[in-house]
Each structure stands twice: as C-alpha cells, then as structure tokens.
Design a protein. Structure first.
Length: 67
C-alpha cells in the first residue's frame, strides 16, 4: 500500500520542531509515521482501533504509563 497520496497531519502542539507522530487516513485505514523520518516505516491501524485509543486518551486511561 502506497501512502504517497495521503494527507498527513500532526498535532498543533508540536510546533515546527518535527518531533511528532503524524497521522493520515483513507477509507480503509489510519496511518502513523515519525515526522522526523517521513520515508521510514508506516504503522497501519484499523479506524475503530484508533478511535478507541483516542477515546481512552481523552479519559486519561493511559496516564499511569507516564508515571
């Protein structure tokens, strides 16, 4: 699967430093990549899985991982 036509976005909180994860999507998947290595590997996820992760992050379910 080529991601050449994907529009990539990153958090507005990352400023212009480039140290961020970028996300892109099409009808079948959500793609994640390292903004510092845009030609590197791309993680492909099911849209429902990403939605569940975002929901959990908003509910602070992962806060214990940063302790």
């Amino acid at each position: 699967m080529s991601t050449d036509s994907i529009t990539w976005i990153k958090s507005t909180k990352s400023a212009d430093e480039g140290n961020c994860v970028e996300l892109g999507a099409d009808a079948s998947a959500v793609y994640l990549r390292d903004s510092k290595n845009q030609q590197g590997p791309v993680l492909t996820c099911a849209p429902a899985g990403v939605a569940a992760w975002i929901h959990g992050a908003k509910r602070n379910e992962f806060d214990r991982l940063s302790d």
